[in-house]
Design a protein around this ligand. Structure first.
Ligand SMILES: Cc1cc2nc3c(=O)[nH]c(=O)nc-3n(C[C@H](O)[C@H](O)[C@H](O)COP(=O)(O)OP(=O)(O)OC[C@H]3O[C@@H](n4cnc5c(N)ncnc54)[C@H](O)[C@@H]3O)c2cc1C
Length: 612
């Protein structure tokens, strides 16, 4: 059974429930569970280490390696069957500057001061929203700027495979205007490092895993941190965690999925493990976007129908934030998430599968959940997008996001000049795709008045033009792809858990007829799509899931410059660190902040005095 976020609400009935399902741990691994209160101090511990790191992704892996380098014994607790989180399936574009060896090699001048100035420049605010830098925490920024270059060298020293090309501004969104800082990790098929999805992030994360295992780091896979154990409810040190067994079993299988490497894994199937941290716990759980209730605290637009980039490999289920706030931690920089925009919420380019941020190949171990690779789209002229009512709402060719925050985007750039944003190539209506897609419509109903899905409507000619194969496993006919010989039949066929009511056939037919008239006229008089190219006229007709997607978590636990988690009185909670997307106060996309904070947290956690 697939996980359905609608089942979960904030009622106490749902606190700490973990229900076994057919795909077993998919639900336990997945989103929606709310935190228990503080974990009780157990009578005995099952495991112990100096540093316990929760999560093995972009922040957790560097934290583990760095803590081991500093002489600490380390256990990484990971709810998934394998390491890596979003980082291992990411593009591997890694924004790190400040004077790296790669920058020096290619004659690029940069410094920690320049990184700091760039990332705290309040003037890089795009008109009408997306203030990437404005809400950054100065102390957290300074720590990032000071550790950015050393993190790059550390990653390279631990095997990260970056392309030997000049750092550039490609793939980055928030790197600052003064120097190119984007590095590109590469992964090669058949080179001995298994990748869930054949992407560059594997070339960053698997080598770190190799290094961690070589350095003696232990991995407790298939265990989910459920609570933090602190000496008092909101006082004293954090001395450990409780974790619950969360094996992932695919439909039709009895054995849990296995990790790529097993040496160094702690072998256990015990339902609950109490794990003591003699020095510190590092939360590197990746953020909150997979948790419907949590994400809607910041932005009520983020209703249930939206999927999250990175699911179903791993989930950003807010478990770190919930466990930490239960023992007194503060959240920070919440405006960043409310203003989630641009590169966080996108028009998707893979159709006909729920997991539409990228293509998952059939050999992906979780493919039984994904069910379809999807149809890759290059030209938005091949289709129209309609809402659950069957009406167009947008110029389909729009939806990409403007930049303004990478090297040379603002040119000339004058630091701290309020006119900088006048030079950003900004088109307000591009941003409005998401608002248009999630806007209430005639079928938006209680409980959350969700906008319902967005459907791509196209015909047999579009299939031929794109050379699409519209049979499984390329499409998912179980709720995410439909076909019929007439448009009214197509509308009637659309059945999906987020489609509140059937689409009316007459509405869809009228929408398509009107669009076809725009093709004849050479002008879209409703939404201004430039010169609509193709009529939708040749049966069979198709409807494919094209609902937007949430990408990053941009706010989370309050940390200080050492990555210690802070309480509501701005005091560091002894023995508790946080890094990556679960940490607040740093509005930067991706691997730069996560790896750097992992490095900082690992270093400082290892330097704590061991208790007991
Ligand atoms: C498809 C995709 C492409 C991307 N491409 C890029 C890119 O090219 N460049 C870039 O800069 N950024 C990119 N990103 C973003 C980047 O991957 C993330 O910002 C980064 O991986 C976040 O690191 P993290 O450690 O905070 O979280 P993650 O890497 O997601 O790791 C968190 C880990 O914690 C585990 N976990 C969560 N809760 C618990 C718990 N309670 N107990 C135990 N374990 C738990 C999760 O299973 C996961 O393994 C991409 C993201 C995605 C999804």
């Amino acid at each position: 059974m697939e996980y359905n976020q609608r089942k979960h609400d904030l009622s106490s009935r749902n606190l700490i429930t973990v229900t076994a399902t057919v795909d077993g741990a998919a639900e336990a691994v997945g989103p929606g569970m709310l935190s228990p209160a503080m974990g009780k101090i157990p009578e005995s511990w099952d495991l112990e280490a100096d540093v316990v790191i929760i999560g093995s992704g972009g922040a957790g892996m560097p934290a583990a390696v760095k803590a081991a380098d500093e002489g600490a014994s380390v256990i990484v607790v990971e709810t998934n069957y394998d390491i890596g989180g979003h980082a291992i399936i990411s593009g591997g574009n890694t924004p790190l500057g400040g004077g790296t060896s790669a920058q020096r090699k290619y004659g690029i001048e940069d410094s920690p001061d320049l990184v700091f100035r760039d990332l705290t420049d309040w003037s890089i605010v795009q008109p009408n929203g997306w203030p990437d830098y404005r809400y950054n925490d100065r102390a957290v920024m300074r720590a990032f700027a000071d550790h950015c270059a050393s993190t790059y060298e550390f990653l390279v020293a631990n095997g990260a495979d970056f392309k030997d090309i000049p750092p550039d501004n490609q793939g980055g969104h928030n790197l600052g205007n003064s120097a190119p800082r984007e590095n590109h990790a590469v992964w090669t098929k058949g080179a001995g490092l298994e990748s869930p999805n054949n992407r560059g992030g594997t070339g960053l994360i698997r080598p770190l895993e190799n290094s961690a295992r070589t350095k003696g780091v232990k991995f407790l896979l298939n265990y989910k941190m459920k609570s933090l154990v602190r000496q008092g409810q909101t006082t004293g040190r954090v001395i450990g965690i409780t974790a619950q067994y969360t094996p992932r079993i695919m439909p039709g299988q009895t054995a849990p999925l296995k990790s790529f490497r097993s040496d160094g894994n702690i072998d256990s199937t015990k339902p609950t493990m109490n794990i003591r941290a003699r020095k510190a716990v590092v939360i590197a759980t990746g953020g909150t976007t997979s948790n419907l209730n949590f994400r809607r605290m910041f932005d009520p637009r983020l209703t249930a129908m939206l999927t999250v980039a990175g699911e179903p490999y791993s989930y950003q289920d807010a478990s770190g934030e919930l466990a930490a706030t239960a023992i007194g931690a503060s959240l920070w920089g919440l405006a960043n998430q409310t203003l989630e925009n641009g590169d966080n919420i996108r028009t998707q380019r893979v159709l006909a599968t729920k997991w539409n941020y990228m293509t998952w190949e059939p050999e992906f171990p979780l493919f039984p959940l994904v069910r379809a690779t999807g149809l890759a789209l290059k030209d938005w002229h091949n289709l129209i997008l309609v809402n659950q009512v069957g009406k167009r709402f947008y110029d389909e060719t729009k939806g990409d996001y403007p930049h303004g925050n990478v090297y040379n985007d603002i040119n000339p750039y004058t630091p701290n000049d309020y006119r900088n944003n006048e030079k950003i190539d900004y088109h307000p209506s591009k941003y409005n795709f998401f608002n248009a897609a999630v806007a209430m419509n005639e079928h938006s109903e209680p409980p959350d008045y969700s906008a319902g899905p967005v459907w791509a409507i196209f015909d047999a000619d579009a299939v031929a033009r794109n050379k699409w194969n519209v049979t499984p496993p390329y499409v998912d006919p179980d709720g995410y792809f439909f076909s019929a010989n007439t448009l009214p039949e197509l509308a009637a066929a659309i059945k999906n858990e987020y489609q509140a009511k059937p689409m009316k056939g007459e509405t869809l037919r009228a929408t398509v007829e009107r669009y076809n008239s725009f093709v004849d006229a050479g002008e879209d008089s409703d939404f201004g799509k430039p010169k609509p190219k193709y009529k939708i006229q040749t049966p069979p007709f198709y409807a494919a899931w094209a609902t937007p997607n949430v990408h990053d978590t941009r706010s989370g636990l309050r940390i200080n410059a050492k990555c210690q988690v802070m309480d509501l009185n701005a005091q560091a909670i002894p023995g508790l660190y946080c890094a990556g997307e679960s940490a607040g106060g740093f509005n930067q996309h991706g691997l730069g902040r996560c790896t750097t904070q992992g490095y900082i947290a690992g270093k400082n956690a290892a330097a704590e005095k061991a208790e007991g």
